[in-house]
Design a protein around this ligand. Structure first.
Ligand code: PEP
Ligand code: MN
Length: 342
């Protein structure tokens, strides 16, 4: 940890800071520059993290050297993590870009099964669909709940596609973990720490969505919450952050891919549907994500988008999805990668 001192700090104050740090069991190294003096605290930084060093007179700021997350950090696990879904049926991370596709929400069996068949035919390798829906308004359709999970299982039986679905309430985690192949934590719950800890207790891969106001560091701390409970199978999902721009629903932060790749071993999933909010922008953002090194894409597809109960404007029709998959294959192959089941 580096402790930057105020320009007017006195020798007595410096000695007091040094004594305090050494009392905590760390060594110190004072570096007197022309403009500033800094103290390097050498030893276990975690001891100082909880101490109010910035409250000591003469201290301007404290800069940790080590990241506050451990299990999620690249230094803990230098190789990329590869997450196995449905007993190795699909892997996320590595040389194949996984394609997660399906409707925003499960509306009924016909819509879900038909969409699942179409996305499977086009080369998707996982089916998404919300049974528990986080809606801005309490008067909007909230999802079919447990019945929606059963419909997803029917679609899985028809197509063989493993299921990705969201859980919002710690009380539903047991049920969702039993039915789903991947548990999704939605953007609005990225810092619902009790929910994160609960899903951390299950042996099920987790798709953790970045919140609209979440920094990369905060996202990694949320992953750490899950991992610290024993579940190391976490995927990070960028779904757009909130900026001043209004032409798109959110702003897709593709820089998450290289930033995450330096800081963590966890795979990165890009969701261009919630990021852009408009179907006409999905293809270009998805191709850019593939070129930028995404490990998977999550795309909303609806068998009849103009009839969708939720997120119809950002849902691709089956034909648009087929066309997209062909282009995705071409971009991926330029990088020596495969995409979905193609
Ligand atoms: C979703 O994927 O269905 C969803 C609600 O997304 P987000 O949590 O990113 O808004
Ligand atoms: Mn949606």
């Amino acid at each position: 940890m580096i402790i930057v001192l105020k320009p007017e700090v006195t020798d007595e104050e410096i000695q007091h800071i040094v004594d305090k740090i050494e009392d905590y069991g760390l060594k110190t190294h004072i570096s007197r520059g022309e403009l500033r003096t800094v103290i390097g605290a050498i030893g276990d930084e975690t001891i100082l993290r909880e101490k109010p060093i910035e409250a000591i007179s003469g201290v301007e700021k404290v800069m940790p050297v080590v990241e506050p997350y451990k299990l999620a950090s690249r230094s803990f696990h230098p190789d990329d993590s590869i997450i196995s879904i449905g007993n190795g049926k699909v892997t996320i991370g590595g040389n194949t870009i996984a394609i997660i596709a399906g409707p925003c929400t499960v509306e009924n069996e016909d819509q879900t099964v038909k969409t699942a068949i179409e996305v499977k035919k086009a080369g998707a390798n996982l089916l998404r669909g919300g049974a528990f829906k986080p809606r801005t308004s309490p008067y909007s359709f909230q999802g079919l709940g447990a019945k929606g999970l059963e419909i997803l299982l029917t679609a899985k039986k028809e197509t063989g596609l493993p299921i990705v679905t969201e859980v919002m309430d710690p009380r539903d985690v047991e049920l969702v973990a039993e039915k789903a192949d991947v548990i999704q934590i939605g953007a609005r719950n990225v810092q619902n720490f009790n929910l994160l800890k609960e899903v951390g207790r299950y042996k099920k891969p987790i798709l953790l969505k970045r919140g609209m106001m979440t920094t990369v560091k905060e996202l990694l701390m949320s992953a750490e919450y899950i991992m610290s409970e024993g579940n190391l199978e976490v995927m990070l999902c960028e779904r757009g952050i909130r900026t001043f721009e209004t032409e798109t629903r959110n702003t897709l932060d593709l820089s998450l891919i290289p930033v995450a790749n330096t800081k963590t071993h966890l795979p990165v999933v890009i969701d261009p549907s919630h990021a852009t909010g408009h179907r006409e922008y999905i293809e270009s953002m998805s191709l850019a994500a593939i070129a930028g090194g995404a490990d998977a894409l999550m795309i909303e597809v609806h068998v009849t988008p103009e009839e969708a109960m939720v997120d119809g404007a950002q849902s691709l029709s089956p034909q648009c999805f087929v066309d997209f998959m062909q282009k995705a294959k071409a971009v991926a192959s330029a990088l020596g990668k495969k995409v979905g089941a193609l």
